[in-house]
Design a protein around this ligand. Structure first.
Ligand SMILES: Cc1cc2nc3c(=O)[nH]c(=O)nc-3n(C[C@H](O)[C@H](O)[C@H](O)COP(=O)(O)OP(=O)(O)OC[C@H]3O[C@@H](n4cnc5c(N)ncnc54)[C@H](O)[C@@H]3O)c2cc1C
Length: 393
């Protein structure tokens, strides 16, 4: 089949940029399109990324986008009890997404992909049951381009997968609502993340303070999508009750949804793959998706190139992406969804009890999908938590 491109990637977030770069490195003719005029902006992100995650992606922290070194975290229970963990060395960074996403897009372009900002995909070309390209719109001009494969990396509000016949609808219970200010403020420990839990602070979620420098931070809240009160109200209330935050200035406002349910069951169709937030590939306990979208994008980019080279882009040929992703990330993410489902059953009093019995290291391990047995054993000390504990085993 003659096509304008081998691979068209929709969306230049971390998932799309990684998919485009890897496919281009394999010699594919790749087009990466982004509907926004500036890649990475405005961000919808707390911008936290662990050093381990960065290493998995083959990235070295660059001061152009890795703004602040993080050495640990303090987690606050509803009653104010603090659990802290501080390491000697850097364990992660708070990024500047605007620079980070652009850096990833530059890497894709340098690998040979053609990158086009302010170009939206408005539909797919589907022929004989295969996705064969995309309909595009840029500066009022509408046109079509054909491709052998389309990779949808179009984020949490993804439409492309639905156009391809994949159901990505998020149940309200499986989406968190995020709201955030980037602030200039006084920080006591600019190398520590701060997380605050409790039904009054953030029902089913938490408030975060992610320092971007000695006196700047992303201050945000994530709450369950079914809450009647908007996330902004929770954040404003928290800020007013915090001595340093309430004196701070707001330099940016961000909002967005975070998919925290299981990833979508079907990740590929004929001539089509879906990655990242669009496929709900997110860590459901902390909402982090940069690492997950990037890993999925890298696998999808490689599998796409292999399929094009073999001349078979059928759903079956592309299923290798889903298989590899499930093995590498899917199983862990599914466990983490179970952890979220358990935690959301806990009252403030239960959370306070946990804070008395857990260490900072435990919390770090839980977020990686580990040490669940320890958590289950503690929960089982309270008869009403037996069922919640069983979800973890
Ligand atoms: C409030 C909040 C805080 C968060 N904090 C963190 C955090 O601290 N750390 C972390 O790891 N993750 C965090 N996340 C999650 C993280 O931002 C996402 O998981 C990550 O960006 C997903 O990457 P992606 O490439 O799948 O999608 P995105 O980064 O969303 O990129 C999708 C891109 O597709 C483009 N697009 C959409 N439709 C089209 C179209 N039709 N045509 C062309 N382009 C299109 C969009 O404009 C967008 O640029 C947070 C999310 C929220 C909402």
């Amino acid at each position: 089949m003659n096509a304008d491109y081998d691979v068209i990637v929709i969306g230049a977030g971390p998932g799309g940029c990684h998919a485009a770069r890897i496919a281009a490195e394999q010699g594919m003719r790749v087009l990466l399109v982004e509907k926004r005029p500036e890649i990475g902006a405005p961000k919808r992100c707390g911008e936290g990324l662990s050093l381990g995650g960065m290493k998995n992606l083959g990235l070295k922290p660059d001061p152009k986008w890795a703004m602040n070194e993080i050495r640990g975290a303090s987690v606050y229970a509803p009653n104010g009890k603090r659990i802290s963990i501080r390491y000697e060395n850097t364990i992660g960074y708070v990024l500047e997404r605007k620079m980070f996403d652009k850096y990833l897009a530059v890497q894709a372009a340098r690998a040979g992909a053609r990158v086009l900002a302010k170009t939206a995909v408005t539909g797919l070309i589907i022929k004989d049951g295969f996705v064969r390209g995309a309909k595009l719109s840029s500066f009022g001009e509408n046109y079509e381009l054909s491709s052998k494969i389309v990779i949808a990396a179009d984020g949490v509000e993804s439409k492309a997968a639905r156009w391809a016949g994949i159901n990505t609808t998020n149940r309200l219970v499986d989406i968190d609502s995020g709201f955030q200010y980037e602030m200039v403020l006084e920080l006591e420990e600019p190398d520590m993340l701060e997380l605050y839990f409790g039904s009054k602070v953030a029902p089913r979620g938490y408030v975060w303070i992610f320092p971007k420098g000695k006196d700047t931070a992303n201050v945000g809240v994530g709450i369950g999508g079914r809450e009647a009160v908007p996330a902004k109200k929770y954040l404003d209330k928290f800020i007013q009750g915090h001595p340093n935050l309430k004196k701070g200035s707001i330099i940016e406002v961000n909002a967005g949804g975070i998919p925290v349910g299981d990833p979508v069951g079907k990740l590929a169709a004929n001539g089509f793959m879906v990655v990242g937030d669009a496929a709900h590939q997110v860590n459901a306990i902390h909402g982090g998706g940069i690492h997950e979208a990037s890993i999925a994008g890298m696998i999808a980019g490689r599998v796409a190139a292999e399929a094009v080279k073999k001349g078979n882009v059928s759903e079956k040929a592309l299923a290798g992406y889903a298989r590899e992703w499930r093995e590498k990330r899917g199983k862990i993410l599914h466990k983490i969804v179970k952890l979220r489902q358990t935690i959301e059953k806990l009252s403030d009093d239960d959370l306070n009890m946990l804070a008395e019995n857990l260490t900072g290291e435990d919390l770090v391990e839980f977020a990686k999908g580990k040490r669940f047995l320890k958590l289950a054993k503690i929960l089982m000390r309270r008869p009403h938590l037996m069922q919640a504990a069983r979800i973890l085993i």
